[in-house]
Design a protein around this ligand. Structure first.
Ligand code: X2X
Length: 334
């Protein structure tokens, strides 16, 4: 009873006690979990979205961020999201989401996208709509806009990767997701699936000798402390979908869903610009931190994939329709 009275006072502002109002819990508190460091633009833009959502919903919906794998590794968070324990999860399609919806892994295809205009041409266009349809069919709700993780580059500890020969037999970390294994096996490495929260230690202890990620992650997760070389291969682009289980998302009244989607999608566009700018400028600051860069000729890498039958295998995996949507933007790959 007392609580109700306090809430009524707070809601009307009677007695001029604004501090009581601030102490009120939001009607809906939704957690959003992801694997990137708090200092990454992804988290910063999500924080801004959360503020705007709180403001525009008059405090009814609070999105609480849990960056940096605070809620567990990606497969854990994915399971929490499916059960509804985690309301929103930022999943790389090529990573955990593909364990449920295998065809979301298509952006892992090696050397598929040449630049950002191809990436977002595809993902804001027909390919993206196709993927969201598959995600919806699997019982998940997904926000419209993909967030940018970036073009991925190879790092290593003992020697630089100048050609595929340097990858031969190398113990190499890849994210969870079968197709990451296909790609790096086809390139001759000896890939191992490791969830991102364990990557720094795995590199430091030399459980693996190399990994691949975008420069914004190599910097914000301080991977330069445990890796010496960076080869600018841009061998795959990667991004994040914001996904929820359908019941969890639909528990929100529709006006709150609209407010949340509007701001999350708008911030995704800003985050894309942040990440693209960072990835273009970070080489210098990573060099200052001791990393040694090289820009290998990527033709031998592509040639190796072609010769090993990798593209044919990918084409079969994704099927004519999805592959067609990809090649419509990238041109012929196989
Ligand atoms: O696990 C990774 O390497 C990361 C952070 O890039 C993804 O989530 C795919």
């Amino acid at each position: 009873l007392q609580g109700t009275a306090t809430a009524a006072v707070a809601a009307t502002g009677v007695l001029g006690a604004p501090w009581i109002r601030r102490a009120q819990a939001a009607e809906f508190v939704y957690k959003l979990g992801h694997d990137l460091p708090a200092s990454h633009p992804f988290n910063k833009r999500l924080l801004e979205a959360a503020e705007m959502i709180k403001r525009d919903s008059d405090g009814r919906l609070e999105i609480r961020l849990f960056p940096n794998n605070q809620l567990g590794g990606d497969p854990d968070m994915f399971a929490q999201m499916r059960s509804g324990a985690l309301e929103i999860f930022a999943s790389s399609g090529a990573n955990t989401l593909s364990s449920l919806v295998p065809k979301t892994a298509i952006w892992t295809v090696g050397f598929a996208f040449k630049d950002y205009s191809q990436v977002f041409g595809a993902l804001d266009g027909e390919l993206g709509a196709y993927l969201r349809g598959l995600i919806n069919k699997a019982g998940l709700e997904v926000q419209q806009n993909v967030w940018d993780n970036g073009f991925r580059q190879i790092t290593s500890g003992a020697k630089p990767i100048l050609s595929p020969a340097d990858l031969k037999g190398m113990k190499f970390r890849v994210p969870p997701g079968r197709l990451w294994i296909s790609l790096f096996s086809a390139l001759g490495a000896s890939p191992a699936t490791i969830s991102f929260n364990e990557v720094y230690l795995a590199l430091q202890s030399k459980l693996v000798e190399g990994q691949e990620n975008a420069l914004a992650i190599i910097d914000s997760a301080k991977l330069y402390e445990v890796q010496k070389y960076c080869s600018l291969t841009s061998h795959a682009w990667d991004g994040f979908w914001l996904v929820s289980n359908r019941q969890t998302w639909q528990r929100l009244p529709s006006n709150l869903r609209d407010i949340a989607s509007k701001h999350l999608n708008a911030q995704a566009l800003k985050e894309r610009q942040d990440v693209a700018a960072l990835n273009a400028s970070l080489q210098k600051s990573l060099e200052a931190k001791g990393m040694v860069f090289n820009a290998p000729d990527i033709q031998p890498f592509r040639e190796m994939l072609r010769k090993s039958g990798y593209y044919g295998e990918m084409q079969k995996t994704f099927g004519a329709e999805e592959w067609g949507l990809l090649e419509k933007v990238t041109g012929r790959l196989a």
